[in-house]
Design a protein around this ligand. Structure first.
Ligand SMILES: C[S@@+](CC[C@H](N)C(=O)[O-])C[C@H]1O[C@@H](n2cnc3c(N)ncnc32)[C@H](O)[C@@H]1O
Length: 341
């Protein structure tokens, strides 16, 4: 039976699931239209458009807040607007590409490298600092079987998403994620067998303060392992034309100047904090050049164009277009042990 289309006022209330997974009511107020199939589609399109515009506006406001913080101490503002470039995963790191062909695989391989270097194993208690959207903790749970993973992350939006993923797997008792800062870890001394920080310590205010905190919460004999971004040894001159984009890149990534020192100084600071067996090795060749080859075309992928703010794409294009593979930047895997007294 064909139902007669009725004239209604197209005020459509619906629940919209945002990019961050948040469920928020959105209201589309349109012109008079009929509730037959075609018009319902039109209504939904208009709601979607309004939702997209709202999201863009939020991101623009977020970016303006970032610009207003030139002292580079608010990475939570960065990660309020920055999403993963992943194919299916939501990894935020640049990944470890030695044996990987996709970004998702490279993200997993970096997690594997870090957890393996820390010697994570069954029965261990792990602290993960700066866990992004939580994919890494599910990976560590599935492949290394620690007894428990605690995670701390400064960006509430990421914590919400990560918690949802953990809940979907029914793992809330094993993987406990919370908002918090690397520089004031909310845990008792001598708690963890390993502390991991995967492409996050360059943001901490400061990395050195985190070293002290990590030492405190580790059990004697426990290991700290980081994957981290630091400058290459030696000074580089920046040409005038590059200064403005470089400044935009620095502000976007909110990484304090106090964390900009090379490998040897990194090792010294680990020792000065009280760690033994400090080792910092460069893995830059398996990170920057392959990631650069991935990210350049990815930034023009229609899927990324649709969901990433044009200003963020511009910053990333500057970053990965200015130079072949960031010759002034190092990428390190660092490890150190809390001494057994
Ligand atoms: C480049 S992302 C890496 C995320 C994740 N490890 C990954 O590889 O997908 C940096 C992460 O560090 C977190 N972060 C930055 N500063 C932090 C702080 N002071 N304490 C805890 N987490 C922090 C950010 O929220 C973000 O999740």
């Amino acid at each position: 039976m064909r139902t007669e289309p009725r004239l209604t006022r197209s005020v459509v209330n619906r629940l919209a699931v945002g990019e961050d997974g948040a469920v928020a009511p959105s209201l589309a107020v349109g012109v008079e239209c009929r509730t037959d199939g075609a018009n319902m589609v039109a209504q939904h399109r208009s709601v979607d458009r309004i939702e997209r515009v709202r999201r863009r506006l939020d991101q623009t406001i977020g970016l303006l807040k970032l610009l207003g913080n030139p002292n580079l101490t608010r990475p939570d503002l960065t990660y309020n607007v920055f999403t993963s470039m992943g194919e299916k995963s939501e990894y935020l790191s640049m990944g470890y590409w030695k044996n990987a062909e996709t970004f998702d695989q490279a993200g997993q391989d970096l997690v594997h490298l870090v957890a393996d270097t820390a010697g994570v194993g069954p029965g261990h208690r792990i602290l993960d600092v700066g866990f992004g959207f939580g994919d890494q903790d599910l990976y560590i749970h599935d492949h290394f079987s620690p007894a428990r993973i605690d995670g701390i992350n400064i960006t509430p939006l990421q914590v919400d998403t990560a918690r949802r993923k953990v809940a979907e797997r029914g793992l809330e008792d094993v993987i406990r994620l919370a908002v918090g800062s690397a520089t004031a870890l909310p845990f008792e001394a001598n708690t963890f067998d390993a502390v991991l920080a995967l492409e996050s310590p360059m943001h901490f205010d400061t990395r050195e303060t985190f070293f002290h905190e990590a030492l405190r919460v580790l059990r004697p004999g426990g290991k700290l392992v980081t994957a981290d971004m630091i400058p290459m040894p030696g000074r580089r001159k920046v040409g005038l034309t590059r200064m403005l984009p470089m400044l935009a890149i620095r502000i976007f990534w909110q990484s304090p100047g106090a964390n900009r020192y090379p490998r040897t100084v990194y090792e010294d600071k680990l020792r000065a904090a009280g760690f033994a067996d400090a080792e910092v090795r460069s893995i830059r060749e398996d990170v920057y050049p392959p990631f650069a080859r991935f990210i350049r075309p990815r930034l023009d992928d229609p899927e990324i164009v649709a969901r990433v703010h044009p200003l963020i794409r511009a910053v990333l294009k500057w970053q990965w277009g200015l130079e072949a593979d960031l010759p002034g930047e190092d990428y390190v895997l660092a490890s150190a042990r809390k001494p057994v007294r």
